[in-house]
Design a protein around this ligand. Structure first.
Ligand code: AHN
Ligand code: ZN
Length: 330
């Protein structure tokens, strides 16, 4: 009697298990995950792209170096297969000068619905107001790190995309007239004139990206990229995911879990006006008085401050972000 009951119970359980496993139409197998191959970031190539910019001299709006660098950047990005827009505009500087400026937008896969914005400023500062030599404080600077480094990394990203087609929309936006601001002034809108213009006059009406990454001073030796306050406020998930990814790749010496105060930079206007969640990767050393590199807004911001290991840490992280996203993994 007991034995029979046991048999029936076992049969019933087997029956239920069998049909549950084999015939439930609601249980679909998970879609196969795409293989992610992240191409190599060539730090020597990025370094050369910075050298080429600096060779034009200071890239201050209305100067000869600025004009030459503008044309070089547009041509270079075209050779990498991007759809390039030169957004010319004028803006009034705090000095009263009218600046002739150009935002340069290089789009890959312009019709792709999923997009990432990568940005840097390509102009260099009109004055060296923090230079120890007071006699040279009114001269423009080379801006190898402040301007040149972010652009150098993004040119290398563009070169890599040309050789490794990506299933993602990527917009490289080089803002002009970021660094013509008033250092001791109150008005934050004296800075970042190019990003303000772009955010109010998008190169494509209704332009959207899933998120944005701004690079500012990403080339110095032993750079320290902290979690900046505006990035934390507007794009916390993007920020934390990128820092974690970079740390997992072995770049935790650069991408540190340290919170620092807000910096008014191009990402602020992209967040506030264009409503695209955008973070700033910016060097914030712990030991300097200004909170930026010792060479910041001085004539020491030349090629000698640029370190290839730092360029690779940033560039390889960026490539991991965009190629993982193209495979649905970011
Ligand atoms: C301010 O000092 C208000 N913003 C810094 C933005 C900047 C200047 N980035 C590079 N140079
Ligand atoms: Zn600057």
């Amino acid at each position: 009697m007991l034995k029979n009951t046991f048999r029936i119970v076992v049969c019933l359980i087997s029956f239920v298990l069998f049909f549950n496993c084999k015939t439930d139409p609601k249980v679909a197998p998970p879609p196969p995950k795409k293989q992610v191959v992240v191409p190599k970031f060539e730090r020597d190539s990025a370094y050369q792209f910075i050298e080429q910019q600096v060779a034009f001299g200071p890239r201050v709006p209305n100067s000869e170096g600025h004009r030459a660098a503008r044309n070089y950047l547009i041509e270079k990005l075209k050779t990498f297969g991007a759809n390039v827009t030169a957004q010319d505009f004028t803006a009034k500087a705090y000095t009263g000068t009218t600046l002739n400026a150009t935002n340069i937008i290089a789009s890959f896969n312009p019709d792709h619905p999923r997009r990432v914005l990568l940005a840097a400023h390509w102009d260099s500062r009109h004055i060296a107001d923090y230079d120890p030599d007071e006699a040279r404080q009114d001269e423009p600077i080379l801006g190898a790190d402040d301007g040149g480094s972010g652009v150098g990394v993004l040119l290398e990203v563009a070169r890599v995309i040309k050789h490794h087609p990506i299933d993602l929309g990527v917009d490289i936006v080089l803002f002009d007239a970021e660094d013509y601001g008033e250092s001791k002034g109150e008005d934050i809108t004296s800075w970042c004139l190019g990003s303000q213009h772009w955010a109010k006059n998008l190169h494509t009406p209704g332009y959207k990206a899933d998120f944005g990454i701004l690079l500012d001073m990403v080339g110095a030796k032993n750079a320290r990229f902290t979690k900046e306050e505006i990035s934390r406020a507007y794009a916390p998930n993007v920020l934390n995911k990128i820092w974690k990814l970079s740390q997992d790749m072995g770049y935790g010496n650069y991408f540190v879990n340290v919170d620092t105060r807000q910096i008014v930079d191009d990402h602020y206007f992209v967040n506030d006006i264009a409503n695209i969640p955008t973070i700033d990767i910016i060097n914030r050393p712990s030991e300097t008085e200004t909170g930026f590199g010792h060479y910041w807004h001085t004539h020491a911001d030349d090629m000698s401050v640029i370190d290839k290991q730092t360029l690779r840490a940033v560039g390889q992280t960026l490539l991991a972000v965009i190629y993982q996203k193209s495979a649905g993994r970011f």
